[in-house]
Design a protein around this ligand. Structure first.
Ligand SMILES: [Zn+2]
Ligand SMILES: [Zn+2]
Length: 165
């Protein structure tokens, strides 16, 4: 969706409340799917010509576990804090990496939510903290069933023993 900034764009200090549920899709090549609308509750405020967008977001994702390759869904919460300023208002002397220039009277809110969601993804996708993963020998999902070929590699204490012997 486009976030229309007209109500605040030319009014220093003015704030508008934003409460939206935005339908977003992951991009081709993403390792996740977005299976719920992305909720946003927050505001946009004009602070001396800089538009600040602040709020909290949440979504449901479908991921593939990095260890056992099973699909699972998870809830993600993240905060959004972005600053924008009209192209024309940015002088060469005040380049600020935290402020994104824009033109027109609206912002692409989908992009803002997507990039913030993306930045807040966990570094590893695990179906549960103690996921046992797949047996490297036979491929058995060890969360479901133990197999017979795992005894040598599973216990780190034996690795230490191996090194000593
Ligand atoms: Zn797993
Ligand atoms: Zn096995």
């Amino acid at each position: 969706m486009e976030l229309n900034l007209s109500p605040i764009l030319n009014y220093d200090g003015k704030k508008m409340h934003i409460c939206e549920a935005v339908s977003l899709s992951a991009l081709p090549g993403d390792r996740f799917e977005i299976i719920s609308p992305v909720n946003f509750d927050g505001y946009a405020q004009n602070i001396g010509g800089t538009i600040e967008i602040c709020g909290s977001s949440s979504a449901e994702l479908k991921l593939t576990c990095d260890r056992c390759m099973d699909e699972f869904s998870t809830h993600i919460d993240f905060s959004v804090n972005e600053k924008y300023r009209k192209h024309d208002d940015i002088s060469d002397t005040e380049e600020n990496p935290d402020i994104t220039p824009f033109s027109g009277t609206s912002l692409n809110f989908d992009e803002i939510l997507y990039s913030n969601l993306y930045m807040n993804l966990p570094s590893k996708f695990l179906c549960k903290d103690d996921c046992k993963g797949l047996c490297p020998v036979c491929g058995q999902n060890l969360n479901i069933k133990e197999c017979d070929c795992t005894t040598e590699t599973t216990d780190p204490r034996f690795d230490i023993l191996d090194k000593l012997l």
